[in-house]
Design a protein. Structure first.
Length: 259
């Protein structure tokens, strides 16, 4: 059996005066080496997409983190300079894919920006600059360190007993690498909070009525997916769900050649 395939929506980036559709290497590597699946990068466009045409051809959806933020207009708020940077093409690509993947019971793993997109896609809202709120810690990345230091596992989150993630990682405290300045404010009605930081910040959710694996985490399991136990377990569970979905799909029968 060939490896199943997951879709990863791209970010829009500019390099040397050209526009690129890009995904960070760590997500692609984690999909291959920890989930055991192949990945297709899905270009980001603001219009013209056929969401079902994409999902017809894949077996899962992995929604990655990004330096950009979901535009506040998508959850009924006004944007200001501190809320950016924005990537409207990413928003227009990811949110419909998330909603449709859930409808079609296609396995979904949403990370960092991805959990925020998942919450907005299902009717929730986001809070910006959370470190300025009373009682909330500074979850932003540390300054003056290399990337390994930036993504070092340093925070504690509490996984709720009986939750979907508890079935993968076990309930109670785990250590993660959570880097963000936005977070879930109003949780979407269809989402269940699965894990919280010590200051109460939502760090993981699942889709309550999903018929397949549908989980979002605020931290970055992709970065240490091959060496950190919890990170590996999360990607492995996603890979298992993707393989189960792929195995249950009807086989494609090639058209008979005509003389």
């Amino acid at each position: 059996m060939t490896k199943p395939i997951v879709a990863i929506p791209a970010d829009i980036r500019s390099f040397d005066g050209a526009t690129w559709h890009a995904v960070q290497h760590q997500y692609l590597r984690a999909a291959l080496n920890a989930s055991g699946v192949m990945a297709f990068i899905i270009p980001a466009f603001e219009e013209g997409y056929d969401t079902d045409a994409i999902l017809d051809r894949v077996d899962g959806l992995l929604v990655s983190g990004s330096a950009s933020n979901v535009h506040p207009s998508l959850y009924g708020a006004e944007a200001n300079d501190k809320d950016g940077p924005f990537d409207p093409a990413r928003d227009a690509t990811s949110l419909p894919l998330i909603r449709r993947a859930i409808d079609r019971a296609i396995p979904l793993l949403a990370i960092c920006r991805g959990i925020q997109e998942l919450n907005v896609a299902l009717g929730g809202s986001l809070a910006s600059e959370i470190q300025e709120q009373p009682g909330i810690w500074d979850h932003r990345r540390p300054e003056g360190v290399d990337r390994d230091g930036m993504y070092a596992i340093r925070q504690t989150v509490h996984v709720k007993e009986g939750s979907c993630i508890a079935g993968i990682l076990g309930p109670g405290e785990i250590r993660v690498n959570s880097l963000h300045r936005q977070a879930i404010a109003r949780t979407a009605p269809r989402l269940q909070v699965e894990a919280i930081a010590e200051d109460g910040t939502v760090e993981a959710v699942s889709v309550i009525d999903a018929k397949a694996f549908a989980v979002g985490v605020q931290w970055h399991p992709e970065y240490w997916a091959e060496t950190d136990k919890s990170s590996n377990q999360l990607f492995a569970a996603f890979g298992d769900a993707v393989r189960s979905y792929a195995a249950a799909k009807l086989p494609v029968i090639p058209a008979q050649a005509t003389a």
